[in-house]
Design a protein around this ligand. Structure first.
Ligand SMILES: [Zn+2]
Length: 327
């Protein structure tokens, strides 16, 4: 699985680092083509990822100094871990590219992160989360203190939507995160999808504010991005975790179907008289509501958005809390 992928002048050297959790592995890639050597994502900031990067370079007879640029699919820590280390090890600056929305997150911009806390405070109040929501907001506040040390030091150049970089088309694929992009090599039919499509698990469509504090409907974004991805003529999807994907259209069709089935399950709970997002979360994920609160609320709010857009439910605000009812 970690073999080189070679087609004509283009070579991919995959770094696949197994992990003992649901993600199966941390994947990132070196791409060598007419535009030089590009690092696509940068794994975790661990010795293991670092030595895999060195190995990946060895396999194509290249060294760190040969890397011309770094492309980031999205801001999550398991995709940008080695960026600072690579930049420090290089004798010269190389450009780092990411989506505009990734920049305040990667730079750990203080204003952005305090706005983000206010965003979640209001969201959880409006979703009727009470104490559980307050607990989560407290956690976010505490994380602010250690936030800065994870900042990407290099300047980050915003990718142009629908632009081209390193002979790759930039395709915006928001949903898993608002800044998510995929990179497409149309000649070789290679698609670097980050966490947008994973082989063994459904990607979470996490609720996040945009940099101007708005809430996008992340699950709607996600399903639209899946449809965009299905249209791409790709032989192989190079994923951020787990196996590569060679039959992406079937995969995506199955994902979309499952998404719809899950929404229908939530709808039946609402039909039984549950009205707030918090109640729906507790009815559907009793234990996880405590242990994985942010994830569960993203899941619930995402599917409520989905049902609302499908005109199967309406919402009404009462005493500051949204109540959902079937149409
Ligand atoms: Zn991710």
């Amino acid at each position: 699985m970690t073999d080189l992928v070679i087609r004509g002048e283009c070579t991919i050297s995959p770094m696949i680092i197994p992990v003992n959790n649901g993600l199966k592995s941390i994947n990132f890639y070196l791409l060598r083509n007419e535009e030089g050597l590009t690092l696509i994502d940068a794994g975790l900031n661990t010795e293991e990822c670092w030595s895999h990067l060195k190995l990946g370079l060895d396999k194509i007879d290249q060294s760190l100094e040969d890397i011309n640029q770094i492309l980031i699919t999205h801001n999550h820590h398991d995709h940008v871990g080695l960026v600072n280390r690579v930049m420090t090890a290089l004798p010269r600056e190389i450009p780092v590219y990411a989506h505009q929305e990734a920049i305040p997150r990667l730079k750990r911009n203080k204003e952005f992160f305090s706005m983000r806390i206010d965003f979640f405070q209001q969201l959880y109040e409006e979703m009727g989360c009470g104490e559980a929501g307050e607990k989560q907001v407290k956690k976010l506040r505490e994380a602010m203190a250690t936030n800065e040390k994870h900042a990407i030091q290099a300047d980050i150049i915003p990718l142009l939507p629908a632009g081209r970089i390193a002979n790759l088309d930039v395709i915006e694929t928001p949903g898993h995160s608002p800044d998510h992009v995929s990179f497409y090599d149309n000649k070789n039919k290679w698609l670097f999808v980050g966490d947008h499509v994973l082989e063994h698990i459904s990607s979470n469509a996490m609720i996040e504010p945009t940099s101007d504090g708005k809430r996008r409907k992340s699950l709607i974004d996600y399903s639209e991005s899946l449809k965009i991805c299905a249209k791409v003529d790709a032989d192989t999807l190079f994923t951020g975790h787990g196996e590569l994907i060679t039959t992406h259209r079937e995969f995506i069709a199955a994902r979309l179907q499952r998404l719809n089935q899950k929404a229908e399950r939530f709808l039946s709970v609402i039909q039984q008289g549950v009205t707030t997002a918090s109640e729906l979360a507790q009815a559907s994920y009793r234990h996880k509501y405590q242990s994985e609160f942010a994830l569960v609320m993203s899941e619930i709010i995402g599917h409520l958005d989905y049902l609302e857009v499908a005109q199967k439910i309406n919402k009404k605000k009462m005493n500051g809390v949204w109540h959902y009812i079937t149409v």
